[in-house]
Design a protein around this ligand. Structure first.
Ligand code: DP6
Length: 326
């Protein structure tokens, strides 16, 4: 009754920001993302009668309180599906800094869902795993399928899930991730989603996103980096405008974020197709094609405030591995 799964984080090209159902984590709009092959969470789950209570260890530290309760709730959802009452030991390891806007809750809940289902002997389809991952953390539903992924908004638990638009080898896209901070963010995204509804820009963005999704899907189909880049950059700016105009205002960027944005625009002026996007944190994802990675990462590494870079390719989806963490 022990299983281990690895899942990638993902970077949203069109963002999930705002829920129409908080409990079911139904988003107000669909979203599009790329899974990241160098930002992974591995999770081992073991159900045994010797475990008297659920426990959760993340990056070698015991987790308690709200963060642990959210994990145990996810165990409950799958336990009730399997008709089990066994308690579980959960050990999880990220290979990237936590709480930095690299979607650690996405890779975390995707790996947890796949490992838990397997440890309970449940055989679930990719769609079902995506639905369960969504209930844990919205963006986690996009970390189940591979490559470039679309989360279908849906209007019920069964109709809101993610599927792969294109596999990993479809297009040589790269995400040069510029780390400008590795400290925890002060306001988590779950709360941010709710605060954003008060922004005067929220409704306008929701309306715009329907069109942006159609347009970016066309651009991805045509492998048109310029068109895709312009659209993903636009939605990043729209979402952060919503965040900054929430009550209270949410400023996720720092000085390093701004420096990287300016450099990206400068690089484009030199003919390099590179576009920025940022989730709920200060780190900047620079989307480009493989042949420009060297130029982009060399230029970005020199910028004040950039601590390191991680170069990501599109990743395989969440999967079972044999490398148990205990
Ligand atoms: C800014 O998935 O972390 O990264 O459903 O409350 O867990 P919860 O929110 P979460 O929100 C992620 C928001 C985002 C944009 C995105 O990934 O689409």
């Amino acid at each position: 009754m022990k299983a281990t799964a690895t899942a990638p984080a993902n970077i949203a090209f069109i963002k999930y920001w705002g829920k129409k159902d908080e409990k079911l984590r139904l988003p107000e709009t669909g979203s599009i993302s790329m899974s990241l092959d160098k930002c992974l969470t591995t999770t081992t789950v073991e159900f045994a009668d010797s475990h008297k209570a659920d426990s959760f260890v993340l990056d070698r530290e015991i987790v308690v309180g709200k963060e642990a309760a959210r994990v145990f709730k996810q165990l409950d959802r799958l336990r009730s599906l399997a008709g089990s009452t066994s308690k579980a030991k959960v050990v999880s390891q990220n290979n990237f800094p936590k709480g930095t806007g690299i979607a650690s809750s996405a890779s975390g809940f995707a790996a947890l869902t796949v490992a838990t289902a397997s440890a309970l002997g449940l055989v679930l389809s990719e769609k079902e795993l995506s639905i369960y991952a969504r209930l844990g953390s919205g963006s986690a539903c996009r970390s189940i399928p591979e490559g470039i992924v679309e989360w279908l908004e849906g209007d019920s638990n069964e109709t809101s899930y993610a599927h792969s638009l294109y596999p990993v080898d479809y297009w040589n896209l790269r995400d040069v991730l510029a780390i400008v901070s590795s400290s925890e963010k002060k306001v988590g995204s779950s709360r941010g989603h709710t605060l954003g509804k008060k922004s005067i820009f929220h409704e306008a963005r929701v309306k715009a996103v329907y069109k942006l999704i159609l347009q970016i899907k066309e651009a991805i189909k045509d492998k048109d980096i310029h068109k895709m880049g312009e659209i993903l950059e636009a939605d990043c700016i729209y979402m952060h405008a919503v965040m900054m105009s929430s009550t209270p205002a949410l400023f996720y960027w720092n000085a390093g974020t701004m420096n990287v944005i300016h450099k990206t625009i400068e690089l484009r002026g030199q003919g390099i197709p590179v576009y920025f996007t940022i989730d709920a944190g200060p780190n900047v994802h620079l989307i480009t094609e493989e042949k420009y990675v060297e130029q982009v990462s060399t230029a970005i590494s020199k910028i004040q405030g950039v601590q390191s870079t991680i170069i990501n390719k599109p990743a395989k989806g969440a999967r079972i591995t044999e490398n148990h963490l205990f």
